[in-house]
Design a protein around this ligand. Structure first.
Ligand code: GLU
Length: 382
């Protein structure tokens, strides 16, 4: 069994063509929050350069702007007010990108800075624009160095941490592998810093509650995301059909060795029924602004017959949403079973709920669509 998994893991890694490499602050600055460790950046650049030179498309999601900026301004890493963190990010991001440029230079590779916010990703047009930009950078053999645009993103609209950002980038660049370089060398059965009997988990077939329980709330000392956010990122990547590997970031052996077949780190297998990019974007990237409660007939039509949602099946409208925004879909019992984009505003939905499609124009004075939520704009939660 294990051999079969080892083989499957090797094939998936060897065949990965588009790779997101997430590098955490803890890897770049070390646990003691020292200055950025140039040797580590240089080694990671070396690994990425080799993969790029073998024809793979690799983007780096790099943290470190806040850490580096805080250091440069003589501030502590933790406990800074948001505007001060944002100022630190403005100072640190420049330093971060110049270091990456310096380390890729000897390989004849240029870097391009891509700063994203959650708002950018939640807007379909900007999401697709960012995808085009990244593809264009790849056409020029430029390595995209991606970070959250920390100087503008305030708490409510943040990705939260760069593990989450890297999972979003997996969909954005249509990657087949997410490599999370961490200051730990994989996922353990318990926190190895506290429990000596902790064992490293080599494979995760499916990220379920048990895996989340194992990941717990442990966090690294410098970065924002702990193991739980890495495991969440792995789940999100897996639903897109990408594998994830968590591996040590600062050691000699790294990404290139893993791709060449060395068994280090923890490997998460991709889901065997991946979602399309758009449905994945709806499920993982979009926040919801309300809910639509449907009757039993509509629930059955959505779940079993592959239909779109019509106004006639809607019994209640919750929240305040615009057309184009995402809402939850609930059954008569209140349990959420779907999520999708609305074709009508919540005020309009209040007026047309329960109506036949042919009545919409009479009620509103106009009709945009027959469906209030189209099948293609909907995900059914399993
Ligand atoms: N975007 C933050 C930075 O560059 C890091 C977020 C994280 O550590 O996950 O400093």
């Amino acid at each position: 069994m294990t051999n079969e998994k080892t083989e499957r893991r090797r094939v998936l890694l060897a065949e990965a063509r588009r790779i997101v490499v997430k590098v955490g602050s803890g890897v770049l600055t070390g646990e003691k929050y020292e200055d950025l460790d140039e040797n580590v950046v240089s080694r990671i650049a070396d690994h990425v350069a080799r993969l790029t030179n073998s024809g793979r498309k690799v983007a780096v999601v790099s943290s470190g702007s806040v850490s580096l900026g805080a250091k440069a301004l003589g501030l502590p890493r933790r406990g800074l007010p948001i505007p001060v963190q944002q100022a630190a990010a403005a100072v640190g991001q420049g330093r971060l990108i110049s270091l990456w440029a310096k380390c890729f230079g000897p390989h004849g590779l240029k870097v391009g800075q891509v700063l994203l916010t959650h708002d950018d990703m939640a807007n379909r047009r900007r999401f697709l624009n960012s995808r085009n930009t990244i593809n264009s950078l790849f056409d020029f053999d430029v390595i995209p160095i991606i970070n959250e645009n920390d100087t503008v993103a305030v708490h409510e609209i943040k990705f939260g941490d760069n593990d989450t950002l890297s999972a979003r980038v997996t969909n954005l660049m249509e990657a087949d592998l997410l490599a999370i370089l961490s200051d730990v060398d994989g996922l353990y059965s318990a926190d190895p810093r506290l429990d000596k009997s902790a064992k490293k988990i080599e494979y995760v077939e499916e990220v379920d509650e048990g895996i989340f329980a194992v990941a717990g709330d442990s966090s690294s000392r410098t970065g924002l995301g702990g193991m739980a956010s890495k495991v969440r990122a792995a789940k999100e990547a897996s639903r897109f059909g990408a594998s994830t590997i968590i591996l040590p970031g600062a050691s000699e052996e790294g990404l290139k060795d893993v791709i060449e077949g060395r068994d280090i780190g923890t490997f998460f297998f991709p889901h065997d029924d991946p979602m399309s990019s758009k449905k994945h974007w709806i499920e993982f990237t979009l926040k919801t602004y309300g809910a639509i409660v449907v009757d039993d007939g509509a629930k059955k039509a959505l779940l079993e017959k592959g239909k779109s949602l019509l106004a006639s099946g809607v019994v209640a409208v919750e929240g305040d949403f615009e057309s184009g925004e995402a809402v939850e879909v609930k059954g008569p019992d209140g349990a959420v079973f779907g999520k999708g984009l609305m074709n009508y505003h919540s005020h309009e939905m209040e007026k047309i709920k329960g109506c036949r499609s042919s009545e919409i124009e009479n009620v509103l004075g106009y009709k945009f669509y027959d469906e209030v939520m189209h099948r293609d704009d909907m995900v059914l939660l399993k």
